[in-house]
Design a protein around this ligand. Structure first.
Ligand code: TYC
Length: 115
């Protein structure tokens, strides 16, 4: 039976499961953190936030100062694969410029989690 015929006459064809029980979920999101240290120059961190995280100079400066003053701060929020890539880019740039800048991931609370 053609699909057109089945759609017009469902009683003659295969009955498909009426409800699709799959849930549409948003991807889990991850914060990319920058950690303070005593050696990485402030202007290096600002330029890295502009280059890797697409921040304006003003936003990059605010984030850098927040990390400098409180020890850790959020550079951006991404899906897992992109967040992992950002962390790797930070570490590659830090190694290349011989600074000890550290970055890590932290999961956001899952908005689709069952309670
Ligand atoms: N604390 C560094 C300094 O005084 C600056 C700095 C800011 C380093 C943020 C790392 O993630 C960082 N030069």
């Amino acid at each position: 039976m053609s699909s057109t015929r089945r759609n017009q006459h469902p009683e003659r064809g295969v009955v498909l499961e009426a409800r699709d029980e799959r849930k549409v979920t948003r991807p889990r999101m991850f914060r990319v953190l920058l950690h303070n240290d005593d050696y990485t120059p402030m202007d290096f961190v600002v330029r890295l936030l502009q280059a890797v995280f697409h921040k304006s100079e003003g936003d990059a400066t605010q984030i850098m100062l927040h990390v400098h003053n409180s020890g850790v701060g959020v550079a951006g929020v991404y899906t897992h694969e992109i967040a992992e890539t950002k962390v790797a880019q930070v570490h590659i740039l830090a190694r290349k410029h011989e600074v000890p800048l550290m970055s890590s991931l932290e999961p956001e609370d899952d908005p689709d989690a069952e309670r």
